[in-house]
Design a protein around this ligand. Structure first.
Ligand SMILES: Nc1ncnc2c1ncn2[C@@H]1O[C@H](COP(=O)(O)OP(=O)(O)OP(=O)(O)O)[C@@H](O)[C@H]1O
Ligand SMILES: [Mg+2]
Length: 314
């Protein structure tokens, strides 16, 4: 549904977007994640045809952004970093105005505006001046204008920016509910946003893609071997020695001893085999009691820091 290949945007000597390649299948939500200045907005502006690329190719909903920008624009809804809303218009008048620009058929206009107002819980605000709304409601008006012509692709540049925690949850839920039928790209530097909302993630840093995968795969791939948390009831020193020697275990760290003679360890395995079976057998053989054996994933935050810090150090 969205194909980006070797996309480049240069400003003088600066490559704001540097050979970026990714694709988003129909109905999926892709998170474009990166620190300030990474090139998220620039990439999105190219995809929405508001900026022309210096090189490379981008195809959105089957149309090339350079060759057929009109066709692309008909099929996308765009929430820019700073939503294009007018403070001295009422919500309803603004949405009527946008409907005309987006050529929503006259006979469908009132209906569609009603639907969008309901979708974003904006009904009570419809007669208010946009300038008098709180930031969260203004952001919703921004989303409403992106949805008016019922586009198949949504491009949302930091959709939860400036919102309070409750509104963030609501907007995330809304975005998720919009996927399936629609294909969505959202940008963010808030990590939980990606893990809670997106199917796939592309991490960019200083214009370049540093990782692209599903959230799950990415954290697994980057953690190398798997890490397990093991909790055993038994003599701590002996347990430690035995676990350390178990096949497939490459490192062991004590996480302290709890009450009732239970000790906890973080076990790193060499990744080549699943050490859980051998660990279990070892504990049983020694007649200790296994309280817990849990795989620990690397959080997206760890992944993000690992990738972007490595680049900085290079
Ligand atoms: N019109 C422009 N002229 C010169 N440089 C620009 C221009 N627009 C963007 N840049 C530069 O391109 C780089 C990428 O900017 P971009 O706005 O795409 O980042 P971003 O990932 O959206 O960051 P943020 O999280 O702060 O929104 C930055 O270094 C920025 O200064
Ligand atoms: Mg930006």
């Amino acid at each position: 549904m969205i194909e980006v290949k070797d996309l480049v945007k240069t400003y003088g000597a600066l490559a704001a977007v540097d050979r970026v390649t990714f694709s988003v299948p129909q109905g999926a939500i892709l998170g474009l994640l990166g620190p300030n200045g990474a090139g998220k907005t620039t990439t999105m502006r190219i995809l929405t045809t508001s900026l022309s690329p210096s090189a490379g190719k981008a195809v959105v909903a089957g149309f090339d952004v350079v060759d057929q920008p009109e066709e692309v624009r008909k099929r996308i809804g765009y929430l820019p970093e700073i939503p294009p809303i007018y403070g001295d218009m009422t919500v309803i008048n603004y949405l009527k105005f946008v409907s005309d620009i987006k050529e929503v058929p006259q006979d469908k206009k009132a209906n569609r505006i009603g639907e969008v107002l309901e979708m974003l819980s904006l009904e009570d605000m419809s007669r208010r001046l946009i300038g008098h709304l709180s930031l969260g409601y203004r952001q919703r008006v921004g989303l409403a204008q992106a949805l008016l012509h019922d586009p198949e692709v949504l491009i949302l540049d930091e959709p939860t920016r400036g919102l309070d925690p409750k509104q963030i949850l609501e907007i995330r839920k809304l975005i998720k509910s919009l996927s399936g039928k629609r294909t969505i790209i959202l940008s963010t530097h808030i990590l939980p946003e990606v893990s809670s909302t997106c199917d796939d993630v592309v991490i960019i840093d200083r214009g370049r893609v540093v990782a692209a995968d599903t959230v799950e795969n990415l954290s697994q791939r980057l953690s190398g071997g798997k890490t397990l948390e093991v909790e055993v009831k038994g003599p701590a020193a002996e347990v430690e020695k035995a676990l350390e020697k178990t096949e497939g275990v490459s490192a062991l760290k004590s996480l302290g001893n709890g009450s009732r003679g239970v000790c906890r360890f973080e076990v790193t395995t060499d990744g080549s085999n699943d050490a859980r079976e051998a660990l279990f057998q070892c504990i049983v053989r020694n007649k200790w009691v296994l309280y817990q054996l849990t795989p620990l994933g690397m959080s997206l935050e760890d992944v993000f820091l690992k990738l972007t810090t490595k680049e900085t150090a290079a």
